[in-house]
Design a protein around this ligand. Structure first.
Ligand SMILES: Nc1ncnc2c1ncn2[C@@H]1O[C@H](COP(=O)(O)OP(=O)(O)OP(=O)(O)O)[C@@H](O)[C@H]1O
Length: 287
């Protein structure tokens, strides 16, 4: 997709950080280009230090590229109009313990400029939607982790944003919380939103994202539709049970000698990720 049609576009973005006192720079992102179309769920994957948070910060306008260009909804991420349509949920938001859920929603509603009527209606609707109806007048300090997670989702949706950025939404979350993230993101997609999320949890992202970008040491190794990337990946699995390698080979020879085909299925996102990172590491070591 052309960058102009993207909701989020990075064009050859490099981000260098100067290392204080060392007179050197650290290249956190190296000529990264990616394009995220409207109504997609884009997962940023990568090992520690690969540049996921830096990419998110650039998209949110919290830092500027050293070179290259970032556009959100066709504008600079610092453009007030673009910012109004963006929401961000950090991995572990810190809310004031003494506020009630409703007060917190009012507070954020005020911050984003909702008038008092809309603030009240949206706060209530969102708290109800995320199962916090009974708890909306309780202090946040008494909330369980799951309730805090749901409150975070409700807060992120105040102002009806078009683009929602979730930083590591599945980090440190149990399987119930993880499936809630899946449901939440699935609903956002149905509502026509564009979602960007980062994670180390490959298996979880596979069910949630329709597009991914894989980063390693600041380089974007692959990006696109999960289905296309997995189709292209050379690592495929043969799904058979109870056979050793020799028998599988025998089975393959036999089937092929009869003019038949063995059924292959796509590898997992985990395989794709591991293969790409291993290949990149090998290339970096090559003289
Ligand atoms: N403000 C900064 N000053 C100096 N170096 C930085 C700064 N922010 C990030 N870096 C470096 O840039 C690289 C990419 O960091 P980034 O936080 O984007 O990676 P990440 O993929 O989000 O990592 P993690 O999964 O561990 O959170 C790392 O080497 C990091 O140390």
């Amino acid at each position: 997709m052309e960058p102009s049609k993207s909701v989020i576009a990075l064009e050859s973005v490099t981000k260098d950080f100067s290392l204080a006192g060392k007179g050197r720079v650290l290249r956190a992102l190296d000529k990264v280009s990616l394009s995220i179309p409207a109504n997609s769920v884009f997962g940023l994957l990568g090992p520690n230090g690969s540049g996921k948070s830096t990419t998110i910060r650039l998209i949110l306008g919290l830092c500027k590229p050293s070179s290259g260009c970032v556009k959100v909804l066709g504008s600079d991420p610092l453009d007030a109009n673009a910012r109004r349509k963006m929401a961000y949920l950090p991995d572990s938001p810190h809310y004031h313990r003494f506020l009630t859920a409703r007060e917190l929603m009012r507070f954020f509603g005020k911050l984003i400029g909702l008038n008092s009527k809309l603030r009240e209606i949206s706060s209530r609707d969102l708290l109800v939607r995320f199962g916090l109806e009974e708890a909306m007048d309780r202090r946040i300090g008494t909330f369980s982790k799951g309730m805090l997670q749901r409150l975070g989702f409700a807060q992120a949706l105040l102002g009806d944003p078009e683009v929602i950025v979730l930083d590591e939404p599945t980090a440190g979350v149990d399987p119930v919380g993880t499936s809630l993230v899946g449901e939440f993101v699935g609903q956002l997609k149905k509502d026509g939103k564009t979602v960007v999320l980062s994670s180390h949890s490959l298996a979880q992202l596979e069910g949630i994202c329709d597009r991914i970008g894989i980063l390693n040491k600041g380089r974007l190794l692959a990006s696109g539709l999960v289905s296309d990337l997995l189709k292209d990946d050379k690592a495929q699995n043969l799904r058979v049970e109870g056979l050793d390698t020799e028998s599988i080979q025998g089975l393959r020879d036999y089937v092929e000698s009869k003019g038949g085909n063995l059924e292959f299925c796509n590898g997992s996102l985990e395989d794709l990720f591991r293969n790409l990172v291993a290949k990149d590491e090998k290339e970096r070591l090559a003289p």
